[in-house]
Design a protein around this ligand. Structure first.
Ligand code: DAH
Length: 349
């Protein structure tokens, strides 16, 4: 009787796995045959009713049945798992021959880059980088800097006034000198630069812009002379324009410095021989500078009998135009992305 059942189950197992398509169905088969109430398990439970001499054979047959089940089970399981993996791989396949998605790279703003370069040179010489207001008081922008109301030196800086005569869009970064000196209390040395926006009522053209960036600098200490300014300027020029760059001073006039100078660098294109960039002079002017006027020191709380200092003002656009061969200042304010990424490339040349 049990023999017959074993034979039947053997036959059944031949086709039992035929229509299994998922791991779930396979697990159900396991329960059906090998679970607690599974067909093979129940059959095994009958061993206790079998005469002793037949037990051995029954056991062997039962094992054979279990082996058949397990072999089938393992084989189907492997096949199903492989199929699942292959399906997953096929779904997630990447065609490496497809053209990639183009990613537009950003480029740093060229003025920002020049300013960071100048800042890092000055910081390496112990200067602080400070900020000042763009809407400024006449008092700081002109009066403390030795340019009283009605003085003709104001004409050189045609100014945007806001709110009457006392407030304006700063026409230079020099008021930040005055602010820093006043904040320092007249008894400490100062080394600072202030890069920032400035405004003048200029008609925009290739070399003028009603908004532009200056980089102001001030050093106050004891026994500061024009040769300290020259040495500092030399270092900056070499760092920005190359080790073979040489510098010179030309006399000039600013109300807030005495003596005042224009600072020139040797032309980095023709190395001083004369070319169109330097208008055949061999020299390029890059900033105004001078020894801080005693009136300015006094106005800002420093005793000119004890303290001296030098100051300078660079035009950031001018530096960038020279360095990157840009011939129109309006380029900086037209935000043409092609120009911006173009500057970035030029740096690698
Ligand atoms: N403020 C001047 C200008 O806008 C530039 C300048 C010249 C700044 C000489 C200075 C300086 O501090 O000492 O033209």
């Amino acid at each position: 009787m049990q023999k017959e059942q074993i034979e039947n189950l053997k036959n059944e197992l031949k086709t039992a796995f035929n229509d299994i398509n998922t791991l779930n169905e396979l697990e159900n088969k396991k329960v059906e045959y090998m679970g607690k109430n599974g067909k093979i398990t129940l059959l095994g439970g009958m061993i206790k009713d079998i005469p002793n001499e037949e037990k051995k054979e029954f056991g062997m047959n039962l094992n054979e049945l279990k082996n058949i089940f397990n072999e089938n089970y393992d084989k189907i399981k492997k096949e199903l798992e492989e199929r699942i993996i292959n399906e997953k791989l096929a779904k997630e396949a990447v065609d490496v021959s497809l053209p990639g998605t183009k990613i537009n790279n950003g480029a740093p703003n060229i003025l920002e880059k020049i300013i960071e370069e100048v800042e890092s040179v000055f910081m390496s010489m112990g200067y602080d980088v400070v900020d000042g207001p763009e809407i400024e008081e006449d008092h700081y922008n002109f009066e403390l800097l030795n340019i009283p109301k009605g003085h003709p030196a104001r004409d050189a800086q045609d100014t945007f006034y806001v709110k009457g005569e006392d407030y304006l869009l700063r026409s230079q970064t020099s008021p930040v000198q005055a602010r820093v000196m006043l904040a320092s209390g007249g008894n400490k040395p100062i080394r600072m630069i202030c890069p920032g926006k400035t405004y003048r009522r200029d008609a925009d053209d290739a070399t003028h812009s009603h908004q532009f960036m200056q980089i102001e600098g001030l050093l106050v200490d004891k026994d500061v002379s024009l040769s300290d300014l020259k040495g500092t300027f030399d270092v900056i020029a070499k760092k920005l324009f190359g080790e073979d760059c040489i510098t010179r001073f030309r006399p000039s006039y600013y109300q807030f410095t005495e003596p005042s100078v224009e600072t020139d660098i040797s032309c980095f294109v023709c190395k001083g021989k004369g070319c169109s960039l330097c208008k055949n002079t061999g020299w390029i002017t890059v900033s105004g500078a001078g020894i801080v006027h005693p009136n300015v020191l006094r106005n800002c709380g420093y005793d000119p009998a004890v303290w001296t200092g030098f100051a300078f003002g660079f035009g950031a656009e001018r530096l960038a135009m020279l360095k990157y061969g840009i011939n129109d200042i309006r380029t900086f304010y037209q935000t043409d992305l092609r120009e911006i990424s173009n500057f970035d490339r030029r740096d690698d040349e």
